[in-house]
Design a binder for this molecule. Sequence first.
Ligand code: ZN
Length: 173
Amino acid sequence: MTYPANPADRSPKGDHNRRLSLGLDTDDFAQAAGISVEDLHEYETTAPDHKFRTDVAERVGRALESLERSETGLVDNGPIPPSESAYDGLTEPEQPFGRAQPSMCPVSLEPATLLASNAEYREYRCPTCGTFRISQVALTLAGDDPEVLREALSVARHVTSAGEVPFVSNVSG
Ligand SMILES: [Zn+2]
C-alpha cells in the first residue's frame, strides 16, 4: 500500500527529493523501480500541476517506500545494548536508607553491616565496635587511617547516652 493511494496525487518534485535523500542516482533508482531512466527523468522534472504518467508514478512511489523501509530497517536492526548495560558498574545506585548491606567496618577493618547510608552519615553494625554512625565528613577527614576513627569513636561513645547510637561527627586531626 503506497501513499498517496492514487498515484495521480503524487508529487514528482517530492519523490525526486526522496530519491536524493536515499542517495540513489537515476540509473539505480530507475532499475529499482522497474522503469526506464528516461521515464524517471520525465516524471521527476514534471512541472508543478502538470500531468505525469501514473504508471510511472506508482512504480516510483512503491520503490521509494520499499527503499526507505530498508534504510530504516538498517537503523532499527542496529545493536541494541542489553538492559543490564544501563548500569556500567561504576554508577552503583545509591542504597535507599535503611537497607542493610555487607560492608567493612572503617574502624576495625573487619566485615560489618552497613545499616544505612545517606549524604550525611553511614551507620555500621560491627561485631567488635557495635552499632555506630560516622559522618561522611569524618570518613573523608580520616582518610585511610582507622586509628583516627577508633579514637573518634571512643570519644563519641563517652558522650553518648546508653541506648543511643554513637555518632562520630568529626575527627581530630
Ligand atoms: Zn569495627
